[in-house]
Design a protein around this ligand. Structure first.
Ligand code: OGA
Ligand code: MN
Length: 308
């Protein structure tokens, strides 16, 4: 079987065929898949049903997996579960249940785990149970958005640092963490402009968790982030994935935004299992060195240290 990578759009998203992800070996296929992620940012595979064990084995190819903490129903496991089904009983959860309110945070454009100090390389989502209508996942490219920026705006944002804060993003959709839950998620700082180390192409780390620009008044930072988000997500630039059971989709969290769309969750069952790959090497890059220094200075100042 020869693996085939076919672009869906000229600027991002590709379909990958001619490979069986469960029986293929790392040595045969991984280098091409990894490069395809850098080039196309979203990879779609059809007819690749996986159970949890198979998904974990495939996910390990990509790097260290993030454990799921806090409020996700799969907390304590390597999976984030996007589902209206009770973990224990498999029954449909009532739409007004707190667990469903939490998941509706996914309706806003975001990249996964940007609120963590170590950002994510990519997410792998497998479709286990799919509603007959609705429940698409939409994708938009922040690499294309960066490429289309006017030069003066690109210059203004080049060295900015963006704070991502999970409590703020869930708060904006009316979901309040308890103090105990919030303690899992201290805000994280990242370069607003990310550079892919393989392709050299730039993208924007924005989306729902982006709460402010470090060193800017909050409202000015929010206005900039809102402007960048609008530039990245015009309707014509969106790829909407209609899920079929057995689909596997991998997306690059450094260069695409995604969001869930509604479905009749009181009526239809939906179960998607996500593994999230961490990118520990990225925080050793030059652009993060400045962030570490600034954060240390800020912490020293807060604790009364001398910062001259
Ligand atoms: C995710 C996510 C969207 C969806 O798994 O990270 O945002 O449609 N999912 O379930
Ligand atoms: Mn997500």
């Amino acid at each position: 079987m020869a693996m085939e990578i076919v672009p869906v759009r000229p600027d991002f998203v590709a379909r990958v065929g001619g490979v069986d992800l469960v029986s293929a070996t790392h040595g045969e296929v991984f280098a091409r898949l990894r490069r395809a992620l850098d080039d196309h940012c979203v990879l779609i595979f059809s007819g690749q049903p996986m159970n949890d064990r198979q998904q974990l084995a495939f996910s390990r190819w990509w790097g260290p997996m993030e454990p799921t903490k806090g409020v996700n129903p799969a907390s304590g496991t390597p999976f984030a579960r996007q589902s209206n089904l009770d973990v224990e009983t498999g029954e449909i959860i009532a739409p007004d249940d707190r667990r469903m309110a939490y998941q509706r945070g996914n309706y806003r454009w975001h990249a996964d785990s940007t609120f963590k100090r170590v950002p994510s390389l990519c997410s792998i989502l497998t479709a286990r149970e799919v509603p007959p209508e609705g429940g698409n996942t939409e994708f938009a490219s922040t690499r294309a958005a960066h490429e289309a920026l006017p030069d003066d705006l690109a210059a203004v944002i080049e060295d900015l640092i963006v704070e991502h804060d999970f409590s703020v993003s869930r708060g904006r959709v009316g979901f309040q963490f308890t103090p105990e839950e919030a303690a899992h998620y201290p805000p994280a700082w990242h370069p607003l402009v990310q550079t892919n180390p393989v392709t050299g192409r730039k993208s924007l780390l924005i989306g729902a968790h982006a709460s402010r620009i470090v060193g800017w008044p909050v409202d000015r930072g929010e206005a900039l982030l809102e402007d960048l988000l609008e530039r990245a997500t015009p309707t014509a630039a969106i790829y909407s994935h209609r899920w079929v059971k057995g689909d596997v989709v991998i997306w690059d969290n450094r260069s695409v935004l995604h969001r869930a769309t509604a479905y009749d969750s009181a009526r239809y069952r939906r179960l998607m299992q996500r593994t999230t790959i961490s990118s520990p090497d990225s925080v050793n890059s030059d652009s993060y060195a400045r962030i570490h220094a600034l954060r240390e200075a800020a912490t020293a100042k807060q604790s009364g240290g001398v910062t001259r």
